[in-house]
Ligand binder design. Structure first.
Ligand SMILES: Nc1nc2c(ncn2[C@@H]2O[C@H](COP(=O)(O)OP(=O)(O)O)[C@@H](O)[C@H]2O)c(=O)[nH]1
Ligand SMILES: [Mg+2]
Length: 210
């Protein structure tokens, strides 16, 4: 038997690389809309079972209850340039699901923080989270009808986002706008990795003195 690939196999383009991206932002910032606008598969909603031990209201009884809570968590997929498949993971909006973020971000190349300028403070936790962990991210300012128009640099200042992080306008309802935002994040993540590699290469070249 000849297991060598046929001529057509060798000319076939390599399989697309899977890439994980996080979509974050406050409640109502447009995460579900964003993922739904580009996803090639119907966006999913997951169910999380939570066990909560609750104390009884009267002091003679202690009641343990098990509850199932629906967590609106978006998941979608989009193929870019036939060579990269982006898997989009929306963060659960509710504060009580913060504990899930550390699992969710594992393996992600970067994140998009969606911002509604009418409720800027809602995006602080997401910005802080990615900054503290040095995860590449960009800020996407979602334009809501009737909302006051701000300059991007004003939003950057208000959020206190480092100059290295890109900040863009986005319309979460429009496929092309969402695609461009995703491409900007992929570029930023690749740039960040390249810069870090360069810095490591440079620092290794500097003789170490004890
Ligand atoms: N005008 C406008 N409305 C938007 C935009 N993105 C989302 N919306 C609307 O804002 C509401 C909240 O969006 P949703 O995606 O559910 O937010 P989530 O809580 O972050 O998932 C929905 O009614 C959307 O239709 C946008 O870019 N522009
Ligand atoms: Mg949602």
């Amino acid at each position: 038997m000849d297991f060598r690939p046929s001529r057509t196999d060798t000319t076939r383009p390599p399989a697309p690389s899977p890439v994980k991206i996080i979509i974050a932002g406050g409640f109502g910032a447009g995460k579900t809309t964003f993922v739904g606008a580009v996803s090639e598969i119907p966006p999913l909603t997951t169910e999380a079972a939570l066990t909560s031990a609750s104390l009884g209201i009267d002091d003679t009884s202690q009641v343990n209850t098990k509850t199932t809570t629906t967590v609106a968590m978006d998941f979608g997929r989009i193929t870019l340039l036939d060579s990269v498949i982006l898997y989009l993971f929306g963060t659960p909006g509710q504060d009580r699901f913060w504990f899930m973020w550390d699992e969710l971000v594992l393996g992600a190349i970067g994140a998009i923080v969606l911002v509604d300028t009418r409720r800027l403070a809602d995006s602080f936790p997401a910005v802080d989270y990615f900054e503290e962990r040095d995860i590449p991210f960009l800020v996407a300012v979602n334009r809501f009808t009737g909302a006051k128009e701000y300059q991007l640099e004003d939003v950057r200042n208000a959020l206190d986002v480092d100059i290295r992080r890109p900040i863009v306008f986005c319309d979460a309802r429009r496929r092309e706008s969402v695609r461009q935002t995703l491409i900007a994040l992929v570029r930023h993540s690749l740039d960040t990795v390249a810069t870090e590699a360069r810095q490591r290469g440079l620092s290794e070249a500097i003789p170490h003195v004890d």
